[in-house]
Unconditional design. Structure first.
Length: 303
């Protein structure tokens, strides 16, 4: 199924982006406010607006309601990512990553309520296996319980709920108006609005300018490439939501953690200066079991 190919482009892109993020944060952004990072996402989205406008001039002719909702969808997406970055600042990635799978649950609920989507029992089992596989890979029960914090949990509930609402809103209005690029255009407008809002907060522009002045190459080069990778993954997943139920697409997207570990293993073996992964036998067994669960879930999710 073509939707499955597009759905997998997302987690592969986001896993690659995660390792680039780790490298950038460790090297350039260790002492910076996470809100500043969101400005670069806004810049990439804003740069794409003229191109979309040229390719699809009808984006300016959409109904005002659609324009407003899709702009809000872009703002919601940026807000969700900001919640996530705030959460990951206060806890290890191995604690935060499992909580991100809550997005599958919220997307399933919102798709059922707002889009009237129905899943068969085999598809629901597939969703459960994919989420279970991702959790098996990510969770270490003792460390997870020890690290649990109410603030962290609240931040991740907010991030995943807002992200799911943005995804479902995108599908609803894209299908309603049959304009994929139109809704994408106005989503990017919302992201640009969010980025502009960050910069007008007192002190944020100075932080952004200082980072740019000290590391112009990284800011313009590596970070721009990273945002383009994120953009490509996001566009692929959004297109997949037009071809299949959003709950299925969200479930496939939850395999990001698998690819994060796979890329981590490759970096450890071939480019250890850019990233390391624990290759102890117990961890490899856990990863193998997780991969098997996810593979079975994807098979069932195809329906």
């Amino acid at each position: 199924m073509i939707w499955l190919l597009f759905a997998f482009i997302g987690p592969v892109s986001w896993a690659l982006s995660t390792h680039i993020d780790k490298y950038l944060v460790d090297k350039y952004f260790a002492d910076s406010d996470t809100a500043v990072l969101m400005v670069f996402t806004a810049v990439v989205g804003a740069a794409a607006l003229p191109l979309i406008w040229v390719l699809e001039p009808s984006v300016m002719a959409l109904p005002m309601l659609t324009v407003g909702v899709m702009t809000a969808s872009g703002i919601l997406y940026m807000g969700a990512m900001l919640f996530y970055l705030r959460a990951i600042q206060s806890a290890e990635a191995s604690v935060v990553a499992p909580l991100f799978q809550l997005s599958v649950v919220f997307t399933l609920m919102l798709g059922w309520v707002l889009l009237h989507e129905r899943l068969g029992w085999s598809q629901m089992l597939g969703v459960a296996l994919i989420v279970g596989g991702a959790l098996t890979l990510s969770v270490r029960p003792k460390s997870f319980l020890r690290a649990f914090k109410a603030r962290l949990f609240a931040l991740m509930i907010a991030a995943t709920l807002v992200m799911s609402l943005s995804t479902v809103a995108f599908k609803y209005f894209a299908v309603e108006d049959a304009s994929y690029w139109g809704t994408t255009f106005w989503t990017f407008v919302g992201e640009a609005v969010f980025g502009t809002g960050i910069l007008i907060v007192p002190g944020q522009w100075r932080k952004f300018a200082d980072l740019f002045r000290r590391n112009p190459g990284a800011m313009l080069g590596v970070n721009a490439a990273n945002e383009l990778i994120n953009l490509g993954g996001g566009l692929a997943v959004r297109y997949a939501t037009l071809l299949a139920p959003v709950a299925l697409v969200s479930a496939v997207s939850s395999t990001t953690t698998l690819f994060v570990f796979l890329f981590g293993i490759l970096l450890t073996l071939f480019l250890p200066q850019y990233g390391r992964e624990d290759l102890a036998p117990a961890n490899l067994i856990r990863k193998g079991a997780s991969a098997a669960l996810v593979a079975a879930g994807v098979f069932l999710a195809q329906g």
